[in-house]
Design a binder for this molecule. Structure first.
Ligand SMILES: [Fe+2]
Length: 217
């Protein structure tokens, strides 16, 4: 019996439907859960206390309100149809949680029913490693943070590739262009350190852990 409440995978899918999570974000979340769950299991096999279910559920729900960070004009870039109900739900969320980053909105939405899950999700903000109060500390928080940074769209890719791609998309979110470069250089170094911390425990090379590797494991 766990000391805290966690949704089942089925309940996570109901939450995902409730917030009209766009298909490409759902695919990214499933990819993140695949890697996060795999790494959690590996750490557990090495005798490290990790809650594999918590990592799985937090990965599945980490971006439930990522849509809050998008502008309505971005919807046309989505490769799948957007319904009027989707738009209405997203508008409602954006109006209610104006300017609040999606990690914090997810925390607000989930904290009452699932406080530990909410806290684990809150720590996945890219710049969280720079700030003592925001840093992922537990293994579960670290794995959710890391797995997210390895999954580009819905594929597991080398950290370097995913970070480069994300920087090109997200420059305005990290401050001015110049500030963004300082911050991203610092954060990226810390993410590589986190990768080293995780993989030195697991005894695998990060580059060998791909979708195909996990599928055949
Ligand atoms: Fe996110």
């Amino acid at each position: 019996m766990k000391k805290y409440n966690l949704p089942t995978r089925k309940e996570c899918l109901a939450i995902i439907r409730e917030y009209h999570v766009p298909l490409h974000i759902l695919k990214h979340s499933l990819g993140t859960a695949k890697l996060g769950g795999f790494l959690a299991q590996k750490l557990k096999e090495k005798g490290i206390a990790v809650d594999v279910d918590l990592v799985d559920r937090a990965c599945l729900l980490h971006d439930i309100v990522r849509i809050c960070d998008f502008k309505e004009s971005n919807y046309s870039r989505f490769k799948h149809p957007v319904t009027e109900q989707d738009k209405a739900k997203w508008k409602q969320l954006r109006t209610r949680y104006k300017e609040i980053p999606h990690e914090d909105v997810a925390y607000e939405l989930l904290k009452e029913k699932y406080p530990v899950l909410a806290q684990t999700i809150k720590k996945h903000r890219y710049t969280a490693l720079l700030n003592e109060n925001e840093r992922p500390n537990t293994w579960e928080e670290k794995l959710v943070y890391y797995a997210d940074k390895r999954v580009m769209h819905d594929r597991i890719v080398p950290l370097k590739e995913r970070l480069q791609e994300a920087h090109e998309r997200n420059v305005p979110q990290h401050g001015s262009e110049a500030q963004s470069q300082i911050n991203t250089a610092k954060v990226d170094r810390l993410i590589f350190e986190l990768e080293e911390e995780i993989f030195s425990k697991i005894g695998l090379n990060p580059l060998e852990v791909t979708d195909e590797f996990i599928d055949s494991a």
